[in-house]
Design a protein around this ligand. Sequence first.
Ligand code: ZN
Length: 295
Amino acid sequence: MRKIFALILVALSMLIVGCGGGKGTDGKLRIVTSFYPIYLDTINLAKGINDVEVVNLTKPQVGCLHDYQLTTEDMKTLETADIFVVNGFGMESFLDKVIDNQPDLKVIDLSKVDDISPIVEDGEINPHVWLSVTYDKRQVIELSNRLSELDPNHALEYKKNALDYVTRLDALREQMHNELDFLPHKDIVTFHEAFPYFAKEFDLNVVAVVEREPGTEPTPKELEEIIEKLKGVDTKVIFTEPQYSPKAAETIARETGAKIYPLDPIVTGESTPDHADDYIERMLENMSTLQTALK
Ligand SMILES: [Zn+2]
């Protein structure tokens, strides 16, 4: 009798300690995200859920994942994941390799959303959809639905958090429209190919892009073309990204008299839960930069 009682006690304590049965600390469900904007969406949905932990795969300074190669450390992190959340649209070019290595890993691919119309350039889908507030919101809703399916114990919490965050994203979008819709100038030059969805949402016209691939300096011919295009524009502004060197933009500015401002694609940042408001805060900063630059 005593033995049975002891066994029941052990079983009960196991239930309490490892209640999630996940791969994280103390059996928490461990969600790994591919990079910063996906991390921000996910921590907003996991807010206040004690037995779910969210870890960002890539380091704070990595930024966009174009041509990113997984490190040994990244592979180890992925082995500890219960769920892996990715942006998709080709941003994670290593995704096939991950699925080959870990066929049982549950992957949430946020490009599998019906109501996102991808922008195709030179035969490739531009992956920077999160910079449209509308599309970011759709990714959040999709993420909430998929997390609720894979982790039904917390479905109510995910859905409640999604509702809160989506309400705030709607307010952000409305505020940005109120402030940006009537700007007298709409032509912008951006640093890399990050802003077409943003531009489309706020009716801006991307005249030229300084670096097609971030980290690859434009050729002299490309520089010349950008300079020529910019000469035909009334209000000459170039937007650089805090993540990359402004050298090429400075050259163009010298030749054209353009002004340089920072515009943030929100791809780098410390991956800690206290950054949950980063997307909204940095979008508001982008809004006020545009107001100054395009008035
Ligand atoms: Zn990018």
